[in-house]
Design a protein around this ligand. Structure first.
Ligand code: ADP
Length: 235
């Protein structure tokens, strides 16, 4: 028994040993809000733009089904809710994580977690992958690498759901607070390259109240980048 102290998230948990992708299954199921799909391994784990997310056994791969009744412009903020939840969870394991705008959590500039949100009808799927006891690709890092020992996956799962539940309550009352909280945890004031429609180089100075990246270009001009099909690289 998980004995979760949550009010919405994790009311129902559906567990698979192996699945294509927890987001894909979450999208296809007709389930109540707060349902969590979790799997030991994903055979077709995805990042954004259909990039591959490597998800072997030992990691935490899950998706939460949300049905937020909020204004359309507040939906993209859910990715930050996920990232803050991961950082808070890592904190409870004494690991200092920071958010790389918009959807990754890094430790020592290596990716420990990725968030993938997708909207289908009234559902918003919050997909979260955390490298816990698994081996990672080259630029990744896992909890076990940082701590030098394996940790209980169920424990990490439980504290993550509790953190997400708390943040979801905040989000429903005040979506802007989630952006503020994310801002405090974000890696800023570093030179970056934004890849998407072309390539822009600048200093990632801030995020604005809608979660857009505020980029200062070499000529001093400010450009705001919308979280969409863009990727950020540190220089
Ligand atoms: P990006 O960081 O390029 O914007 P995504 O956020 O969509 O891309 O994440 C996908 C990328 O994450 C992959 O292209 C790969 O480089 C990396 N990756 C895949 N699996 C893992 C993993 N388990 N841990 C860390 N990084 C991973």
């Amino acid at each position: 028994m998980l004995s979760l102290k949550t009010s919405i998230i994790g009311k129902k948990v559906i567990y698979y040993q192996e699945i294509s992708s927890t987001n894909d299954v979450a999208k296809s199921l007709d389930v109540e809000e707060g349902t969590v799909i979790v799997a030991d391994r994903q055979t077709k784990g995805r990042g954004r733009l259909n990039r591959k997310w490597i998800s072997p056994e030992g990691g935490l791969w899950l998706s939460v089904v949300l049905k937020p009744k909020v204004a359309p412009q507040d939906i993209p903020k859910i990715v930050f809710l996920g990232a803050i939840g991961v950082v808070r969870t890592l904190e409870e394991l004494s690991i200092p994580g920071r958010i790389k705008w918009p959807n990754d959590v890094l430790v020592n500039f290596r990716k420990i977690s990725g968030i993938l949100t997708e909207k289908v009808g009234e559902k918003v799927i919050l997909g979260i992958g955390i490298n816990v006891n698994n081996n990672t690709p080259e630029n990744g890092i896992a909890v076990k690498d940082v701590l030098g020992k394996e940790v209980s996956l169920v424990h990490v799962f439980k504290i993550l759901l509790e953190n997400l539940d708390e943040l979801y309550e905040i989000y429903l009352k005040s979506p802007g607070t989630i952006v503020e909280l994310a801002r405090e945890l974000m890696i800023l004031n570093v030179p970056v390259k934004v890849l998407g429609n072309g390539e822009v180089v600048g200093i990632a100075e801030d995020i604005d109240e809608d979660g857009r990246l505020v980029l200062r270009l070499g000529n001093g001009e400010i450009r705001k980048i919308i979280y969409g099909d863009v990727s950020l690289r540190f220089l």
